[in-house]
Design a protein around this ligand. Structure first.
Ligand SMILES: [Cu+2]
Length: 143
C-alpha cells in the first residue's frame, strides 16, 4: 500500500514537473505577446496642437507671438504641442507644468506634458521683452 502510494506520488510529481516545464516555455512566449498588447493599450492618446512662433511687424514694431492664442484641454489630458518657429529666436514655457523648451529657429519642437491641474495658465516665450510684447497665450484646463 505504502509502496503503491509512493509510486503514485513519484509519478504525480514527475507529471507536475513536466507540466510546469512545458508551461514555463509557453508562458515565456505568451509574455512577449502580452507585453506588446500592454504597450498598445497603455498608449495614451495625446491631445495634439500645433502653432507657429514668429515675429510680425505691427505699426513698425516687432511683435513676437504664437499663432494660437488659446488652447483648451481637459484635466488629466496628455497634451502635445508642436511649436514651429518660423522667425526670430524664441522658447516655450508653461511654469505650472514645468515646461521649459528651447525652440530653435526654422524647426519644429514638440512639447509634451500632462495637464494635471485645472485652471488657466500662460504659455509664453521668455526671451527678453517677448512676453510683454505679446509672445504668450492661454492654456485652459477644464475639469
Ligand atoms: Cu519669443
Amino acid at each position: 500500500m505504502n509502496k503503491n502510494k509512493l509510486v503514485l506520488l513519484t509519478t504525480f510529481m514527475l507529471l507536475v514537473s513536466l507540466a510546469l516545464l512545458g508551461g514555463c516555455s509557453a508562458v515565456d512566449k505568451d509574455d512577449k505577446s502580452i507585453t506588446v498588447e500592454e504597450t498598445n493599450s497603455v498608449d495614451v492618446v495625446a491631445k495634439e496642437f500645433s502653432m507657429d512662433s514668429f515675429v510680425e511687424m505691427v505699426d513698425g514694431k516687432p511683435r513676437p507671438q504664437f499663432s494660437e492664442k488659446t488652447i483648451t484641454v481637459k484635466k488629466g489630458d496628455l497634451v502635445r504641442i508642436k511649436v514651429n518657429v518660423t522667425s526670430g529666436s524664441h522658447n516655450f514655457n508653461i511654469d505650472e507644468f514645468d515646461v521649459h523648451a528651447k525652440t530653435p529657429t526654422a524647426s519644429e519642437t514638440t512639447v509634451e506634458f500632462v495637464a494635471a491641474e485645472a485652471g488657466e495658465f500662460v504659455y509664453y516665450c521668455s526671451m527678453p521683452g517677448h512676453r510683454a510684447n505679446g509672445h504668450w497665450g492661454t492654456l485652459i484646463v477644464v475639469e
